[in-house]
Design a protein around this ligand. Structure first.
Ligand code: HAM
Length: 422
């Protein structure tokens, strides 16, 4: 029978890769703790309606990419394509938002039925941060400083560039969208199929077209910056001052519009050219209208999410992988001493709780057990054989260097190993 395979675009993360994943996760946890954010967890399945209302009916995510189905009760549900909608739903449902400030973070799998390629998958992992109840540019700056702190932790800051833009309020964007459509209609014969598809439904998305011909056409198009209010311009300028104060370099990219409908005013992305086509590692911005749009009391908000796969790929590409953790000791178990070996292993684990201690299981010759210890990269083999064990002794053999060997008593073994590992 043919073996079953994983679903295309959904990756297994194998033991050789998990240390790198853990390094990224731990760095993110350190940074959010440092900034005083609290973790929130919410389901991977929600009512489809939530994402339609939050992300927007005419976005690629909702139109083409959601994993939606009717469950056994006939409810239409979707695997979450992103975290903001579920985070807002959960925080509002449990009364965390009204008249309060919240700084929240989450991590977990998201699902989008996109065409898989390097850095773009159908199940991917996001780290996200959402801040509620703070209207000023100070919180926008804090979010960006938080992300920049993570780049420093991971030592990838020099490979990332920050792009920011002011997309104004939704009424302003609508007025601008109409002006943009009117301009593009005059050049209809030059539009590519993507632009034609979006001409009426979502003209702003044409701005981030990768097609050079579209970009040339857009050079003379009306500018979004001319349609946004003086108030949001003031907010955006204040954000830029705060970023400069914080030592964060940025580029204002007037074409940056983001692919989700809930944003207003400041939006941002961190991009890299070390990943090829999927160069956006992190994206976010303000979404002051979303809580109300989902049925809550008006609550201003801002946040971002980053793709863990893209961070892992960056660390690999830039050669920043952490060393593979190796066991400190491998206990080679002679015939008839497995009980003593298990007791020794537990004593070593109690004495050295942060070290890896493996105890051989399944029998076999000491020589083949030693081979396994070498293959795993253990630093020491603790060889426990029947005759020495009866005499209350074992051998400690150094594996990662010159093969030194010493005999120690069973009782002393934890302290001797601890001293050797120091
Ligand atoms: P987004 O830009 O759709 O925003 O996704 C954020 C990040 O997730 C992207 O920058 C990218 O690194 C990663 N990502 C997105 N799609 C994929 C994919 N198919 N494969 C691998 N990685 C991917 C959001 O999701 C918003 N919820 C961010 C946000 C939070 N805005 C405010 N708060």
């Amino acid at each position: 029978m043919a073996k079953l395979q994983a679903i295309r675009g959904m990756n297994d993360i194998l033991p050789a890769q998990t240390p790198l994943w853990q390094a990224v996760e731990q760095a993110f946890h350190r940074v959010v703790r440092r900034f005083g954010y609290q973790e929130i967890r919410f389901p991977v399945l929600e009512q489809t309606q939530l994402f339609k209302r939050a992300v927007g009916e005419v976005t690629d995510i909702v139109e083409k990419e959601m994993y939606s189905f009717d469950d056994r009760n006939g409810d239409n549900l979707s695997l979450r394509p992103e975290g903001t909608a579920g985070c807002v739903r959960a925080a509002d449902q449990h009364g965390l938002l009204y008249n309060q400030q919240q700084r929240l973070w989450y991590q977990g799998p998201m699902f989008r039925h996109e065409r898989p390629q390097k850095g773009r998958y159908r199940q991917f992992q996001q780290f996200g941060v959402e801040a509620f109840g703070m209207a000023g540019p100070d919180i926008d700056a804090e979010l960006i400083l938080l992300s920049a702190d993570l780049w420093r932790e991971l030592d990838i800051a020099s490979a990332l560039t920050l792009q920011i833009n002011n997309i104004g309020a939704s009424a302003e964007r609508r007025a601008y969208g109409e002006a943009l459509t009117a301009y593009l209609e005059q050049h209809r014969e030059q539009l590519d199929s993507d632009a034609l598809n979006r001409l009426y439904s979502n003209p702003l998305r044409i701005l981030d077209s990768k097609n050079p011909d579209m970009q040339a056409l857009l050079a003379a198009a009306p500018r979004l910056a001319d349609y946004v209010s003086a108030e949001s311009v003031g907010h955006f300028e204040a954000l830029q001052t705060l970023l400069t104060d914080g030592g964060i370099a940025f580029e204002v990219n007037p074409r940056l519009v983001r692919g989700l409908d809930y944003y207003n005013n400041c939006v941002f992305e961190w991009v890299t050219d070390s990943l090829g086509a999927q160069g956006t590692v992190c994206g976010g911005g303000r979404y002051d209208g979303l809580v109300e749009q989902l049925g809550g009391k008006p609550t201003v908000a801002a946040g971002f999410a980053m793709g863990a796969e893209r961070l892992v790929l960056m660390l690999e590409t830039l050669g920043k992988e952490p060393p593979m953790p190796k066991p400190a000791a491998y206990i080679v178990v002679g015939n008839g001493v497995s009980r003593e070996a298990q007791a020794l292993a537990m004593a070593l684990r109690a004495a050295l709780p942060s070290q890896g201690i493996l105890c051989h299981c399944g029998g076999g010759k000491p020589a083949s057990q030693l081979k396994r210890a070498f293959a795993l990269g253990a630093r020491y083999a603790l060889v426990l054989e029947a005759d020495s064990c009866n005499a209350g002794e074992l051998k400690i053999r150094q594996l990662d260097d010159d093969g030194n060997e010493l005999r120690v008593s069973l009782a002393e073994a934890p302290a001797r190993l601890a001293a050797l590992l120091d």
